[in-house]
Design a protein around this ligand. Sequence first.
Ligand SMILES: NC(=O)c1ccc[n+]([C@@H]2O[C@H](COP(=O)([O-])OP(=O)(O)OC[C@H]3O[C@@H](n4cnc5c(N)ncnc54)[C@H](OP(=O)(O)O)[C@@H]3O)[C@@H](O)[C@H]2O)c1
Length: 256
Amino acid sequence: MLETFPGPITAFVQGSSRGIGLSLVRRLLDCDRVDRIIAGARNPRASDALMELAESNPQRLRPVALDVTRPEQIEALATTLGEENVRPGLVLNVAGLLHDGADLAPEKRLEDLSADRLQRVFAVNVLGPALVMRHLLPLMRGQDKAVFAALSARVGSIGDNRLGGWYAYRSSKAALNQMLHTASIEARRRFSNVIIAALHPGTTDTGLSRPFQANVPDGKLFSPDFVADRLLQVIDGLEGKDSGGFFAWDGQAIPW
Ligand SMILES: NC(=O)c1ccc[n+]([C@@H]2O[C@H](COP(=O)([O-])OP(=O)(O)OC[C@H]3O[C@@H](n4cnc5c(N)ncnc54)[C@H](OP(=O)(O)O)[C@@H]3O)[C@@H](O)[C@H]2O)c1
């Protein structure tokens, strides 16, 4: 796993408290090529699973507090990593927001749109990963293959949108894709070793999808561990020519 990355890898996973992010941390711990994992979470201590992993892997796993809606925290973390000469070879922005189990739910019709809810979803799904990219890409510059990937969603594809609804989530992931694609063009000039990609994990059995799983066909609801494995395989296979692309868990390109 991750054999296309030369040398030992430092990985940074943002959104590691639960769901797909937590499984990615677990899978990276299993990978010999990864010597250090920095696991960003809003409140790492609130995640028993993440803290247990950190306690059993004190040399390799470092949880850090990071709320992606707090730009000053992103900047401070990047400054600390820079001062420590940490050079991440793999950065995964996994954090995302669809609903909060209370007053934030995907919109079914125009009347459901609200400025407050749109702002909350865009803050986590667009501004957060964009600023993580802005502050961490310079630390990734070098000679060796490096990958910056953010978890997007197929429902962010405009070309694939036949059902409508889910305004905030769909449009936030479309905006995220544009952020990543735009950065990939600049990266060719400034950080040419870094491959930037938007990834769709498939419908995965986490808190995010749980209220919407009733109509998922048999065999199409993946476990977070399966998805983590497949996403790392996709990342392993990425080459320079793929930078700026949008890929599903099985490596297939998704239309914009
Ligand atoms: N599950 C699916 O079917 C599916 C499908 C397509 C795309 N995706 C995408 O895959 C990614 C992971 O989803 P998931 O299913 O693993 O979701 P999840 O289980 O709901 O986990 C969401 C993660 O995002 C973190 N997060 C939320 N707001 C944050 C903030 N302000 N700052 C930092 N972290 C924040 C959460 O941390 P806390 O614990 O602190 O809340 C949690 O770690 C998301 O980007 C999602 O859009 C998922």
